[in-house]
Design a binder for this molecule. Structure first.
Ligand SMILES: Nc1ncnc2c1ncn2[C@@H]1O[C@H](COP(=O)(O)OP(=O)(O)OP(=O)(O)O)[C@@H](O)[C@H]1O
Ligand SMILES: [Mg+2]
Length: 318
């Protein structure tokens, strides 16, 4: 397996702004994340809202460089590159966001939107027109409508156009950040199939971010589970689906109908008084709501431990 992206101890902190700068401490949105994404794979990243998935992907792409740690792409650490080289490197990595409306300029027809990247890459006019027609066809949009504006397309069609635009950069790697969660359920499967087709046609590697565990289990070959900026568990998708170990992963799976039968997982939330009495600065981040916690969990933040077969879990009781 050839490594495409490797994250080494990635940390991203946000400093508080305004007056709070004087008193507030930095938010650690990504906390010591290490993972490897192999070429040709679909790597899934799951976790509840606000756990740091988008921040992780933006740091990975150097859209918002990490506070510390390394991003290594094709064996090159990105922090060692000059600005110009970094820009070149970054063009092989594109991102598709949840909301296609925000991604397309409403004042530009779609041919013009697609043209921009091709012009930047120095592709001549004739070749550009051919390339645009070709890419639109690849994503299931008839080239005859390329002079139309974004508002003339449905949500699913707009997402197809956004994908075509990403492909104008000839990427090798796409971050798909909840790419179907804004779309009608009936359209979602079509767009997922499109991603699968494009992956084969263009030999792509994906980082697929989602809340939808069903979808991630179906689509991905590896899954990492994120909680409060940290990876709590990572494993091959089939193994994680069959045998989730971390209490947080088990909670996520227990709420998915049909995918994994588990006894209902009641959360053992600490009372306010308990929360005040206990110092969590060194503890496992999941301690306050963990149903299997013990005093030992206050002693230190567990590292990911190898359980065999590529299955890692950060829990002393799993
Ligand atoms: N630019 C920023 N400045 C300050 N804090 C930020 C910034 N961007 C993100 N955060 C904080 O970082 C944490 C992680 O946010 P992030 O958007 O990465 O989560 P997410 O997992 O993508 O959530 P969602 O599933 O809702 O998209 C949150 O606490 C968020 O408030
Ligand atoms: Mg997000």
């Amino acid at each position: 397996m050839e490594r495409f992206v490797e994250l080494r101890h990635l940390v991203k902190e946000f400093k508080p702004s305004g007056l709070r700068r004087l008193t507030g401490s930095a938010v650690r949105a990504v906390d010591d994340v290490s993972l490897t994404i192999n070429r040709g794979s679909v790597f899934g990243l799951v976790g509840e809202s606000g756990c740091g998935k988008t921040t992780l992907s933006r740091s990975l792409l150097y859209l918002d460089p990490p506070t510390s740690g390394e991003v290594v792409v094709k064996d090159t650490p990105l922090h060692t590159l000059s600005r110009k080289k970094l820009r070149e490197f970054r063009s092989v990595m594109q991102i598709v966001f949840q909301d296609p409306n925000g991604a397309l300029n409403p004042k530009m027809n779609i041919a013009s939107s697609l043209k921009e990247g091709l012009i930047n890459r120095g592709i001549n006019r004739r070749e550009r027109d051919d390339r645009i027609d070709d890419l639109l066809q690849q994503v299931g949009i008839a080239p005859t409508v390329k002079k139309r504006y974004p508002h003339e397309f449905s949500g699913g069609q707009k997402q197809r156009i956004v994908v075509a635009r990403a492909l104008t950069m000839e990427p090798e790697f796409l971050v798909l950040d909840e790419p179907v969660s804004n779309l009608d359920v009936s359209i979602q499967a079509q767009i997922i199939n499109l991603f699968l087709d494009l992956k084969e046609t263009f030999s792509l590697t994906y980082l697929f971010i989602s809340h939808d565990l069903n979808l991630v289990s179906f689509l991905c070959d590896h899954i990492a589970v994120m909680y409060n900026g940290r990876i709590m568990e990572k494993a091959p998708a089939e193994e994680l689906t069959k045998n989730p170990l971390h209490p947080y992963t088990r909670r996520l799976y227990s709420s998915v109908p049909g995918i994994h039968r588990m006894p209902a997982f009641s959360e053992a939330i600490l009372s306010d008084a308990d929360q005040r009495l206990t110092d969590f600065s060194q503890s496992c981040l999941y301690y306050p709501i963990c149903p299997i916690r013990s005093e030992d969990c206050l002693e230190g933040r567990p590292e990911l431990e190898d359980k065999g077969g590529g299955h890692y879990v950060a829990c002393i009781h799993s």
